[in-house]
Design a protein around this ligand. Structure first.
Ligand SMILES: *Cc1c(COP(=O)(O)O)cnc(C)c1O
Length: 383
């Protein structure tokens, strides 16, 4: 169903003539697939995050998460700990790799994986943890990285929401061994479909680059003095997950505007926190930097979320649910999972609502959204 022109969607990319010009330039250049534009985008992302990083551009964050598991050799017989409060991708990549998903409950104040609960789920088969920086608020990485060191686990950060997020002053992307960002259309840095794997480990990056394109080693000719630069070798089974130049061109322009766009997201979040009544907020500790991919609120137990969503829609305002926890979906229920094993996520599952948040929202629109929410939930503080 087409939206009315004044409908306020949940999310909308913020882009203009600069993205159009960058895209037009690639189209005219004739070099549409992976090439120098993609390399420049990778280098720009590394520079924006910190020193000593390597980046591999891929066609989605999902692909990047999957390649990280493959690069670590994770497969059948292995277990990977994933928060139950996440998008399908975080868990399904584990299943694609043939490993077992072990769902973990969350912290009620952040919606992020609970490190203490994760510690209790570790078995001799555990090989990795995939923390998700929900909504752009960082996971408590110190205990997770400690846990990983103690038990010899790989940490693969699902940073789909967290481009521009900082944990204790440090950029997400510089904290752990592998971080994967998403550039999906609704994300803070958007280019339609796309993702970026970031790692301080150069050899791991080279392996993931090879896996992203059929296991082909394009640098093979360097090793043989008699070989011409066209020479390549297929050294292992790989996949087709490379990013093309069209997406990279948009991504480069978006990256230049990221700080400005994230600052605007934080301004909007501050208005929500000031003006909304009768809902609770999730953590935003100033020791970190929230990138506010989403603005989620917690509704009172006596408010029907479906009613709020319908009322907002009737008033021309989009909203969304991020997420129905994985353990409540049929695919994971069929595996015999017991909801009482996830008391926090189960209790929050029908109470969390995402309100519109994107850089081009005006203060006037945000105020109108607040008024509508306040009217709908009754404006009384709850507990
Ligand atoms: C969007 C998203 C992904 C997947 O990103 P794609 O780039 O669409 O593959 C993974 N995890 C989370 C938490 C997401 O929100």
């Amino acid at each position: 169903m087409a939206s009315k022109p004044d409908f306020i969607p949940l999310a909308r990319p913020s882009a203009g003539e600069a993205e159009i010009a960058a895209l037009a330039e690639v189209i005219r250049s004739g070099w549409w697939t992976t090439g120098p534009t993609v390399t420049r985008f990778e280098e720009a992302v590394c520079r924006s995050l910190g020193e000593g990083l390597n980046a591999v551009a891929v066609n989605s964050c999902t692909a990047g998460l999957f390649l990280s598991l493959k690069a670590f050799g994770i497969g059948p017989g292995d277990q990977v700990i994933v928060p139950t409060w996440t998008f399908a991708a975080t868990a399904q990549v584990v299943e694609w790799a043939g490993a077992e998903v072990v769902l973990c409950d969350i912290d009620p104040d952040t919606l992020n994986i609970d490190p203490a609960q994760a510690a209790r789920l570790i078995t001799p088969a555990t090989r990795a943890i995939i923390p998700v920086h929900m909504a752009g608020y960082p996971c408590d990485m110190d205990p997770l990285l400690d846990l990983a060191r103690t038990h010899g686990l790989h940490v693969i950060e699902d940073a789909a929401h967290a481009m521009g997020t900082r944990y204790k002053g440090k950029n997400v992307g510089t904290l752990g061994p592998v971080t994967v960002f998403s550039f999906y259309a609704t994300k803070n840095l958007a280019c339609g479909e796309g993702g970026m794997i970031v790692t301080p480990d150069e050899a791991l990056a080279a392996k993931m680059r090879r896996l992203s394109y059929f296991g082909i080693d394009k640098e093979a000719w360097h090793r043989y003095p008699e070989r011409e630069p066209w020479y390549y070798e297929i050294v292992e089974l790989g996949y087709k997950f490379n990013m093309d130049s069209l997406h990279a061109a948009i991504g480069q322009v978006q990256l230049q505007g990221l700080d400005r766009m994230n600052t605007r997201r934080r301004e909007i979040a501050a208005i929500y926190r000031r003006r909304l009544e009768g809902v609770d907020f999730f953590a935003d500790d100033p020791a970190h930097l929230h990138s506010y991919h989403l603005f989620a609120v917690r509704l009172c137990a006596d408010v029907r979320r479906d009613h709020v969503i319908a009322e907002l829609r009737r008033c021309g305002i989009g909203s969304g649910v991020h997420y129905v926890p994985l353990h409540l979906h049929p695919h994971y229920q069929n595996g015999g999972i017991d909801p009482s094993a996830f008391p926090v996520a189960t209790a929050l599952s029908d109470r969390v609502l995402s309100l519109p948040l994107y850089p081009d929202l005006t203060d006037f629109q945000v105020a109108a959204i607040c008024d509508t929410v306040n009217r709908t939930v009754g404006g009384n503080a709850c507990h």
